[in-house]
Design a protein around this ligand. Structure first.
Ligand code: CA
Length: 265
């Protein structure tokens, strides 16, 4: 009997070896090209993925008050103040060095959103993408909001070239006019943005594109915004940011379903 079992034992051994050898390793792949996704359902900012993680929070925190999906979103709390008083809320995120980044998220525009006009109500930060350290600009761009004089906001672009800030511009063709209006109050809007560093110092192929509710509201593809030698890439961003206009009342935005990608979603 023992002898008759031998071929089977050999077969079983070989079979097990072959299984061990050929069994594919289970590696958690990023879903297609998505670098990072957070629906905030962890209830905090502990989400990390592909070396993407949250940095400093300024009056921003995960909240269950207003959400697009699930139970949680990221709250941006701008404290109200008299005319002339600024306000500040910002969330930083770091990611691996890249020449191109796509960002998308849902953004809740508060019911009481009013972009008040005063002497220095321009340049309310909306989305900044840059090479860290923000205080020492290499590659650095941002979209900001300016008053449209009816309580809403127009979109404006800012960029640096070789460490020097370039004149701010409005999206060509008036695309960014009335970017946020009273019609958006109390609603979620969908934001998608693409930033691509130019290919060389003199190249005019830098890209800043932004979509609101899947409509292109900024389509700049010929920007000169070289970051400098060893500086021409991005690895940090911040959502929202300093408001030069400030707000009369406490004004609270929410972001949900944040995604980052190196290429088109
Ligand atoms: Ca959520």
């Amino acid at each position: 009997m023992k002898k008759s079992l031998l071929p089977f034992t050999i077969f079983l051994t070989l079979f097990l070896i072959s299984c061990t050898k050929e069994e594919p390793k289970i590696v958690k792949e990023p879903s297609e090209d998505i670098l990072f996704f957070d629906d905030f359902e962890k209830g905090d900012l502990s989400q990390t993925e592909n070396n993407v993680s949250y940095g400093s929070s300024t009056y921003s925190s995960v909240s269950n008050k207003v959400k697009k999906d699930g139970e949680y979103s990221l709250e941006f709390y701008y404290k109200g103040g008299p005319q002339g008083e600024d306000a500040f809320s910002e969330q930083r995120i770091s990611y691996p060095n890249t020449g191109e980044l796509w960002i998308k998220y849902d953004l809740y525009i508060p019911n009481n959103y009013i972009h008040r006009k005063e002497n220095s109500a321009n340049n309310n930060k909306f989305l900044a993408v840059y090479k860290s350290d923000y205080r020492h600009p290499g590659f650095q761009v941002n979209w900001s909001l300016s008053p449209n004089n009816t309580g809403g906001s127009n979109l404006t672009l800012h960029r640096y070239r070789n460490g020097t800030e370039q004149p701010s511009i409005s999206p060509s063709g008036g695309l960014g006019t009335n970017f946020i209006t009273e019609d958006d109050r109390g609603k979620w809007i969908h934001i998608m943005a693409r930033v691509k560093a130019p290919s060389s110092e003199n190249a005019t192929d830098g890209v800043m594109q932004l979509w609101k509710n899947d409509i292109l509201v900024c389509d700049e593809t010929t920007l000169n915004m070289y970051g400098g030698i060893d500086e021409n890439f991005m690895n940090e961003l911040y959502l929202m940011g300093w408001s030069n206009s400030g707000y009369l009342e406490d004004t609270i935005f929410y972001i949900d379903n944040l995604s980052l990608s190196y290429s088109s979603f």
